[in-house]
Design a protein around this ligand. Structure first.
Ligand code: SF4
Ligand code: SF4
Length: 491
């Protein structure tokens, strides 16, 4: 590749799977062909401009492919040159799908790994305060107003209003007033409620939650040992009280429990995917969501403690367990391999062309915004207890979009800041071979305000290895392609 042509990357790859099958894959055409070993070797000689002799038969074949678009280049300068606009943001707000309130920063637990505890440093200081209903009301009114503007899309999905904390039930007054207020208002689409809770106060408010059909996500890290980081302020273990409350829901409202209650487990050094699955499935007949600890924003002085606890889902290790097949079946997209394959199929094939939007989508068009960051408010709006407006609860609270009282003014500077960050990363992304499948949120990249360097930058060699691993996986797990096609929902 010449220096002045640095962002025009090759679009065709010659690949060999671990099963010794050979392929020709074109990123731009989104086409995959099985080829013979001889074709692989000869095309490779031609492409690498080697001096080795190539018979005219293979030269002509290669030329034929070139005439039909193979072995071309992708102009990444054009393709990844997009920027966020104020219109993008207004559109997202008018069609918001989830509004999350951090209703309190108080909690009745003191979990060792808490994202608002001593391990992390990228959140606002906890002041033991509640969000007042009057503040929440301002946002609900704003959302209703925006959903009546010309930006609103009639086919918008339902709006989910979620309560988050701290422990949200410590500010039940906010939840109760909000639910009554929302139910008395006119929305242009269905509204439902959800809550993430540690479960300790559920028995006090269960009738209300059931009456208003709340989706409950209860934090539960498996069995007693798995839950041993979930402790009260006096260090006593919380497991038996949490379990008692979950059992109350299951006994008093079995149908509600079956349909509306789900579990969220944090993976760490005292549990495992298998132990979590065994416990939650055999005790409650549920498949929990399992996620590792967030590894960004760790306090310098807590790094050792964090590393001791931190664990990712290790599929190689998991595959040695006799229950691996069952776990795969149950966890599906919770497993990194399924996510990788789904992302690959979504970005490189027509397997997901199952809706009118996808049929009309041309993935070769220009003007994509680099990185895998969502556009603000396309997934949710998060309102913090300190009245900050954010577009995600998973990123540092330093990246906020404004405050409840100056929402509109905040949006313009949000767009400016977002584009400033994108500008800093653009040249890395234009040269990155994984740029059209990137799912990395830029807000997790260190030094975003200074000179960010993406640790996940993918070279040509690394990308080729990734493709070969993907094709080997697909050869070995053909049945999963169908499952991904039928069950993965694109939003
Ligand atoms: S982590 Fe980043 S990309 Fe993901 S929803 Fe949050 S802001 Fe968007
Ligand atoms: S992995 Fe990093 S460099 Fe590559 S596209 Fe994503 S953000 Fe850009």
């Amino acid at each position: 590749m010449q220096k002045n042509d640095v962002s025009k990357m090759r679009s065709t790859f010659l690949l060999k799977s671990k099963n010794n099958n050979h392929y020709l894959f074109d990123k731009k055409l989104k086409e995959l062909k099985a080829i013979s070993k001889a074709e692989y070797e000869n095309f490779d000689k031609i492409e690498s401009a080697s001096n080795e002799k190539v018979s005219s038969f293979f030269s002509r074949k290669c030329q034929f492919l070139k005439d039909h678009g193979y072995f071309g280049r992708i102009d990444n300068l054009k393709k990844f040159s997009g920027r966020l606009s104020l219109d993008n943001v207004k559109y997202n707000i008018a069609n918001l799908t989830q509004l999350v309130f951090e209703v309190t920063d108080r909690c009745n637990l003191n979990c060792t790994y808490c994202a608002y505890g001593s391990l992390y440093c990228d959140y606002d200081i906890r002041h033991n305060i509640n969000l007042s209903f009057n503040e929440g009301k301002k946002i609900i009114d704003y959302i209703i107003k925006q959903s009546k503007t010309n930006y609103a899309n009639l086919s918008s999905k339902p709006l989910i209003i979620s309560f988050y904390g701290g422990e949200p039930l410590l500010n039940f007054e906010f939840i109760e007033k909000t639910v009554h207020y929302v139910n008395g208002k006119e929305f242009n689409r269905p509204v439902s409620f959800s809550m993430t809770t540690n479960g300790l106060l559920i028995h006090k408010h269960l009738d209300f939650l059931v009456k208003h059909n709340f989706n409950l996500l209860i934090s539960l890290d498996g069995n007693e040992e798995g839950n041993s980081y979930r402790v009260f302020k006096n260090d006593n273990k919380a497991f038996s009280e949490i379990k008692r409350n979950i059992d109350i829901i299951a006994e008093r409202y079995p149908q509600y429990f079956k349909e509306k209650v789900n579990f969220n487990a944090v993976l760490h050094n005292r549990n495992s995917v298998i132990s979590i699955m065994n416990y939650v499935k055999s005790t409650y007949n549920k498949i929990p969501r399992i996620a590792p600890l967030n590894d960004s924003g760790i306090r310098e002085t807590s790094k050792k403690e964090f590393e001791k606890m931190f664990k990712v889902i290790d599929e190689q290790e998991l595959s040695k367990n006799e229950k691996y097949r069952d776990v795969c079946k149950d966890l599906f997209l919770n497993l990194p391999s399924f996510t990788t394959i789904s992302t690959f199929l979504l970005n490189n094939t027509s397997i997901f062309k199952n809706s009118i939007n996808n049929v009309l989508l041309d993935r070769n068009e220009t003007g994509y915004i680099p990185t895998g960051t969502c556009t603000p408010f396309s997934k949710k709006m998060f309102v913090t207890v300190n009245k900050k407006i954010m577009f995600c609860e998973r990123i540092s609270q330093n990246y906020f979009a404004g405050f409840i009282d100056n929402m509109e003014e905040g949006l313009a500077s949000l767009v400016e800041k977002y584009n400033e960050y994108i500008q800093k990363l653009e040249s890395q992304c234009q040269k990155c071979y994984n740029n059209d499948s990137c799912s990395l949120c830029m807000y997790y990249i260190e030094n975003l305000d200074d000179k960010p360097v993406c640790k996940h930058f993918t070279s040509k060699e690394k990308y080729k290895n990734y493709l070969e691993a993907v094709f080997t996986y697909l050869e070995n797990n053909e049945q999963n392609i169908l499952r991904i096609k039928n069950e993965v929902v694109i939003d």
